[in-house]
Design a protein around this ligand. Structure first.
Ligand code: UD1
Length: 416
């Protein structure tokens, strides 16, 4: 079992390049199933979730080969249309393959995803949308079976702007007859990236970034390439890490407007954050104050995936910071571990109140989920003494070489 050993209090100084977005690469790898041929995805981060998606592609009879930051998928050999329980368990987001499998092969069987670290993860909206497009869906022995000899473009209204349901609908609609109009669609930047990739494949899709996405089904091209957008949540993580220490750090390869709510909060905490065209520059004296309440909402609101990291930054900030988590039920599991470092946090339902303390002290802690794990790393960087973090498989799902990047800008961190 590996652990991260962090000796807190070091100044961070230098440049860090931001990886490609985990939440873009997964639906885009699923979308490559639509093409009967080869597609090359560049700027693919090395993550266990990307490995899991590659395993799914191989299980389905496709090939997925990595060469540096590029993954080449060839889906000519597609020979099965199911995702077994083991692969579903490895990555709950595997549900994103549903729409693409159904569209390409007319059928898809998926072991039901069940809950995860963040609480129950229903897929009712995904299924509702696929039904609207003409799929017949049954449940049998813990699996769902979707069948559609032909998918038809329709109007699909989502009662909540679910990211995954929007993506699954876009994927299924890409090969459907006619036009699909998704209303109350998610507006996250990753939807825009999926739209760009689908356009490269020849799909006439528009509206990503607005609540209405329109997809005209078509015959798909292959032999295309695409580069994944920067990971705004990884960028938010490094900003929070820089905020808690004395620092002068430049993040490169970012799209600053994707991080507007996060940079606003970090500025309110007293840091100087400057945006360039594809850079973010942060300087901090490590003495922070509480920002206005952090209320998570669908994009363009504050991202739930950055809530734990900003909470970690608020632990030593002067004053009290209120957090309101509106997206996931179970997204305060990192709080118990942060308390082990000396944090003062009260939780009542969706609300967490963090009162800044003078100092945090290193202790052994365990990552409870991906972003909760990132929060522990940030808290440890701002703590006195040594923190040992276990449960690294969570962190490895979403960060490509987190400790190497932090060490390159001066953190005392090693994986043992
Ligand atoms: C994606 C991201 C995840 C991020 C989340 C919200 C990926 C791989 N993951 O997850 O990192 O935290 O967006 O920004 O892109 N819901 C339903 N029924 C459904 C689907 C969702 O009730 O059919 C609910 C969920 O329980 C949750 C909320 O909608 O409370 C948001 O979920 P959703 O936007 O679908 O998140 P994911 O796509 O799973």
């Amino acid at each position: 079992m590996s652990i991260l050993k962090i000796n807190g209090g070091r100044e961070l100084r230098g440049r860090a390049r931001i990886q490609g977005a985990k939440n873009s690469v997964l639906p885009i790898l699923a979308a490559s199933l639509l093409a009967d041929g080869e597609t090359v995805i560049h700027n693919c981060p090395k993550l266990s979730d990307v490995e899991a998606a590659s395993k799914i592609l191989k299980h389905l009879g496709c090939s997925a080969k990595r060469d540096g930051d590029a993954v080449t998928v060839n889906s000519t050999g597609l020979s099965r249309l199911d995702i077994p329980h083991g692969l579903m368990r490895e990555m709950r987001s595997s549900v994103i393959f549903l729409g693409a499998m159904l569209a390409r092969g007319g059928e898809a069987t998926l072991s039901l995803p069940g809950g995860c670290e963040l609480g129950p993860r229903p897929i009712d909206l995904h299924l509702m949308a696929l039904r609207e497009l003409g799929a017949d869906i049954t449940e049998e022995g813990g699996s769902i079976i979707c069948r559609a000899s032909r998918l038809r473009g329709r109007r699909v209204n989502l009662s909540f702007p679910s990211v995954g349901a929007t993506e699954n609908t876009m994927l299924a609609a890409s090969l459907a007859d006619g036009t699909t109009i998704i209303t109350n669609a998610a507006r996250e930047p990753e939807i825009w990236d999926l739209q760009s990739y689908l356009r490269t494949l020849g799909v006439n899709v528009s509206g990503a970034g607005t609540p209405t996405v329109t997809v005209e089904g078509t015959k798909i091209r292959a032999d295309v390439s695409h580069s994944i957008i920067p990971d705004r949540i990884a960028a938010a993580t490094y900003l929070a890490a820089a905020a808690v220490t004395k620092s002068e750090v430049e993040l490169t390869g970012v799209i600053p407007k994707h991080l507007a709510t996060v940079t606003e909060a970090i500025r309110e905490m007293g840091c100087d954050v400057r945006s360039g065209r594809e850079t973010l520059h942060i300087s901090s004296d490590g003495r922070l104050r509480a920002p206005k309440p952090i209320v998570t909402e669908p994009h363009p609101g504050f991202p739930t995936d950055a809530q734990p990291q900003i909470m970690a930054a608020a632990l030593r900030a002067r004053g009290t910071t209120a957090f309101v988590e509106n997206i996931f039920e179970n997204r305060y599991r990192h709080v118990g571990e942060l308390r082990r470092l000396g944090a003062e946090i009260k939780i009542e339902g969706r609300v967490a109140m963090v009162t800044g303390v003078e100092k945090l002290t290193g202790a052994p802690v365990t990552a409870t989920d991906l972003r909760g794990g990132a929060a522990l790393v940030i808290a440890a960087l701002g703590a006195e003494g040594v923190t040992e973090i276990s449960g690294l498989h969570h962190i490895d799902r979403g960060y490509d070489g987190l400790e190497n990047t932090l060490r390159s800008i001066g953190a005392d961190i090693e994986r043992i």
